[in-house]
Design a protein around this ligand. Structure first.
Ligand SMILES: [Zn+2]
Length: 193
């Protein structure tokens, strides 16, 4: 029987620094909110300030994520200053009812495919077409959990993606994938003996 591997759980979901700066980021958010509330603003100014508040906090979050990526893996990514907008949301909704999905970049399935971030969102992976793979739900899940098989991994053409995404794929994801391939190999050899 294969040995059970004990997985060490992360104490902090998004890393210690992200956790430790939570109060500061919340205070910044509240500072904006109380300013907006205190002044009797016309609707347009009100909305613009809300937008500025959201962008400021998003920029700070993005900076934290990008620093993590830079210190841990030496990969630099551009800071993101955009926040999800109603327009993006509606476009995404419209897409989900269309029959024009781009085919899965691994298996060609096109009944439904997702945008899959190569550099994940929690380390500020850019919302950029070139940081996405189009993957069917199964391959999306397997990709996120580094459980693709070798053939599936090799089908993906990373050369057309952002340079930072290629680096991340090679230096982070591929290493985790290789660990997975090795673990299957070990399991097989244990089962044989
Ligand atoms: Zn697929």
């Amino acid at each position: 029987m294969a040995k059970l591997k004990v997985i060490k759980k992360n104490k902090y979901l998004y890393g210690k620094f992200y956790h430790n700066t939570f109060e500061f980021r919340k205070a910044l958010h509240d500072l904006f909110s109380s300013f907006i509330k205190k002044h009797n603003l016309d609707l347009k100014t009100h909305n613009n300030l809300i937008d500025l508040r959201n962008r400021t906090v998003a920029l700070l979050n993005s900076w934290i994520g990008s620093k993590k990526l830079e210190t841990k893996f030496g990969i630099k990514i551009p800071l993101q200053t955009t926040t999800p907008s109603i327009k993006n949301f509606l476009e995404k909704q419209a897409r989900s009812y269309s029959n024009n999905y781009k085919p899965c970049e691994i298996c060609g399935e096109k009944r439904i495919t997702h945008y899959c971030h190569i550099i994940p969102k929690n380390v500020s992976g850019p919302s950029d077409e070139k940081n996405y793979l189009y993957l069917c739900p199964l391959h999306h899940h397997l990709f996120d959990h580094n459980r693709l098989d070798k053939k599936e991994w090799e089908i993906i053409d990373f050369s057309v993606k952002l340079e930072a995404s290629q680096e991340y794929a090679k230096r982070v994801r591929l290493v985790r994938q290789q660990r997975f391939w090795q673990s299957i190999k070990n399991e097989r050899s244990v089962n044989k003996s």
